[in-house]
Design a protein around this ligand. Structure first.
Ligand SMILES: Nc1ncnc2c1ncn2[C@@H]1O[C@H](COP(=O)(O)OP(=O)(O)OP(=O)(O)O)[C@@H](O)[C@H]1O
Length: 704
């Protein structure tokens, strides 16, 4: 055994002893929590309050148990040794021994762990050595040291291949892994930022935006308990992407994060996908104004009077009385359906007042009629009777007494519950559902013209749909907007929202997201060079300005950890076209030069399968993907590519990563939809090792 290997083996042994002690403590904690949970669940609870308290305690313990269990894999991954001889182990969570001041293991998010991520040889931050530990199950397999203070390596310093290189060389599995052991300084600065408002992270493909976003979510949960208490939402572009990132937060011990797509936030089932041009239109902010205008137009706009049958009688209110009720409802500032109640209450008050006036008048008329026909003054007669009985003073008039007996409260309650009254109110201020509002806007050409005057005739025509058409993905934000207008904001909101591939969000989707994050604490990551067809803006100020003005902190990541320098180089011209002025990222990876094959339409299937078969044979453990235009997916599937590769439509490739990719017919991807060249840029930058493009060479006589 060489000197180096001997030292490494002895350091592995040293670390194994530490790590074993930490797992023993983890086991102990788990056993304690499990026992406590069993106790709590088995305890008796007599009152509803006690049952509630017991359930809350049980949930808290179950969560804690899950957090401890999830830390099992890679519990300890680092160690920092100070120049003063102190040392600290860094891991997925903190572990403390009752009788020791220093923790046995410090949580990676704690301040004490910061130097593990940020110390450099130029700024060693008091550290002499940073050590990475690679573990498998509970066994330490390797250690690797960096010396930061310029001191010479001693026998127990194992200075070898960097752990980042090792992490990046690891085979892809189709699921993203946490990068907690190797977060780089520029990433760590964003993850750990004390800024609690909106943080925006941009950067080219593979610069670690998703890594930063997810670790940031974990940091927020750890460091900002007030925000964490209100929940964290992570939004991704599609289910495939969410599946890809689904393991990262649980592996960081965070299980209470909600992962969703924008479509899932809408509470209606969205059955189909909208064509790109219509989706883009439906995503623009004039649609929000149109929906607000349409709802407003349903709020007693006419100056008409109001008539309702109460019992045998018709009661009529003047247009002034209706206008007063309307003004009170609008002034309440409530959303449509709640303001309708205010409107109705005011109308009912007016109806009750009219009825009361009518009753008094009727009684006075009766008194007058009796006096006219009999010469009897009923009031005077009543007064004489009362005097004879020993009462003095003026008796109330019969009509006034009747009016006093008039139970205004009961009448008002009756009228509020009266079907005729509600029906009459409905004609002036109808109860609305979000579906009815959106349908009303999109199914009538006249309504579209009234409420979307800024659109061209052709654009309005494209929005028009039959009343029974199924809801599309682009209708989701419209329905959400309408719900906000008629019933108010969503009940479920979050303390912090992370949006990945945030360049994809339309103005209407941003409104939907903002509604769910009243405190405006967010981490938004994306790259406008990778924007899809619905995106109508080109930078963050345009996207966020309408919602938060300029109040966001912008960071740019510059190093690609995925795409090799050789692959990135082939995309430079394309990048200059789709994002003029954007500096290409530099990569820390190097690999083979991308291969470019050509096939005729007839030989394409054979060329593709031949290439995939060859790659699978040469690199049997690698994760291989074939990316093609969406319209070609069915063809590729029937050519049997799934035997060797994941088949990914170009429209769904954003955010994903593979060891190797075969991109079929780049020209077709570039022209398939309005964002085609950006889709192609995404497709070409998914591989960590090898890229092969297969161009379909149409013979000149068939070329258009
Ligand atoms: N500090 C790190 N340590 C280990 N791996 C890292 C680190 N940073 C990034 N990576 C890896 O680099 C790859 C790309 O990262 P990520 O997907 O976060 O990039 P991205 O900027 O979101 O890419 P895209 O724009 O294509 O969506 C992933 O495999 C990720 O695990």
């Amino acid at each position: 055994m060489s000197q180096f290997n001997e030292s490494a083996a002895s350091q592995i042994e040293v670390e194994q002893a530490h790590v074993a002690a930490m797992y023993a403590l983890l086991d102990e904690r788990e056993a304690d929590v499990r026992a406590e949970l069993t106790n709590v669940v088995g305890s008796s609870a007599d009152s509803a309050g006690e049952v509630y308290a017991r359930d809350v305690a049980a949930q808290r313990l179950a969560r804690e148990l899950r957090r401890l269990e999830d830390a099992e894999e890679g519990l300890v991954f680092g160690r920092i040794d100070g120049a003063d001889g102190t040392s600290l182990h860094v891991g997925r969570l903190g572990l403390h021994l009752a009788d020791r001041d220093l923790p046995l293991l410090v949580d990676w998010r704690a301040d004490a762990a910061r130097s593990f991520y940020t110390a450099t040889t130029i700024h060693p931050m008091g550290l002499r050595r940073r050590r990475h530990l690679r573990t498998e199950k509970r066994a330490v397999r390797a250690v690797s040291d960096e010396l930061l203070d310029g001191s010479a390596p001693a026998a127990d310093d194992i200075v070898g291949d960097g752990p980042l290189t090792e992490a990046l060389e690891a085979r892809r599995t189709g699921r993203m892994r946490a990068a907690v052991a190797t977060l780089q300084a520029e990433q760590d600065a964003i993850v750990r930022s004390p800024h609690q408002g909106v943080t925006v992270v941009q950067g080219g493909p593979g610069t670690g935006k998703t890594v930063v976003a997810l670790h940031r979510a974990a940091f927020v949960l750890y460091a900002f308990p007030r925000i964490a208490g209100r929940g964290v939402l992570v939004l991704g572009p599609n289910a495939r992407f969410l599946d890809y990132v689904s393991q990262v937060l649980p592996s960081l011990g965070e299980n209470d994060v909600v992962l969703a797509t924008c479509e899932e936030l809408a509470e209606t089932v969205l059955e189909t996908m909208e064509p790109c041009d219509v989706a883009r239109l439906k995503g623009t902010s004039p649609l929000a104004e149109a929906l607000a205008g349409l709802v407003h137009a349903r709020q007693a706009p006419s100056r008409g009077a109001f008539a309702v049958r109460v019992g045998q009688e018709w009661v009529r209110l003047t247009s002034t009385e209706v206008a007063t009720a309307r003004a009170a409802a609008v002034a309440s500032g409530s959303v449509h359906n709640r303001a309708r109640e205010v409107f109705k209450e005011h109308l009912v008050d007016a109806v009750a007042a009219t009825l009361k006036r009518g009753t008094i008048e009727a009684l006075e008329n009766i008194d007058a009629e009796i006096a006219g026909s009999t010469g009897l003054d009923l009031d005077a007669a009543a007064a004489a009777d009362l005097l004879a009985l020993g009462f003095d003073g003026d008796p109330p008039s019969a009509a006034a007494a009747e009016a006093e007996a008039f139970d205004a409260e009961a009448l008002r309650d009756n009228l509020m519950g009266d079907a005729h009254v509600d029906h009459a109110v409905e004609s002036l201020w109808p109860r609305l559902t979000s579906e009815a509002v959106v349908r009303a806007l999109l199914t009538e050409a006249d309504t579209l013209a009234t409420h979307l005057p800024s659109l061209t005739d052709d654009e309005r025509l494209r929005l028009l749909r039959p009343a029974d058409a199924p809801w599309t993905d682009a209708d989701g934000p419209l329905l959400d907007e309408a719900t906000d207008l008629v019933d108010g904001p969503p009940e479920r909101t979050f303390g912090h929202v992370v949006v990945d591939e945030a360049q994809e969000l339309t103005a209407m989707q941003w409104r939907m997201v903002m509604r769910r994050c009243p405190a405006r604490s967010m981490t938004l990551v994306g790259d406008f060079a990778q924007a899809g067809p619905a995106t109508a803006v080109g930078d963050w100020s345009q996207a966020l300005g309408p919602h938060i003005g300029g109040r966001f902190a912008l960071h740019t990541l510059t190093v690609s950890y995925r795409t090799t320098e050789e692959i990135l180089a082939t995309t430079h011209d394309l990048l200059a076209r789709i994002a003029p002025g954007q500096t290409p990222s530099r990569s820390i990876r190097h690999g083979d030069r991308p291969r470019a094959l050509t096939a005729s339409p007839h030989s394409l299937a054979t060329t593709v399968t031949g290439e995939l078969r060859a790659q699978a044979a040469a690199h049997p453990d690698d994760l291989l993907a074939l990316i093609c235009a969406d319209a070609r997916v069915a063809d590729m599937a029937s050519a049997g590519v799934a035997r060797w590769a994941r088949l990914v439509p170009a429209s769904e490739a954003r955010g994903l990563e593979f060891d190797a990719t075969v991109v079929v017919d780049p020209e077709e991807i570039a022209t398939a939809r309005p964002s085609g060249e950006r889709d192609l840029y995404v497709a070409l930058t998914r591989a960590t090792k090898r890229l092969c493009t297969i161009t379909v060479d149409v013979p000149p006589q068939y070329a258009s």
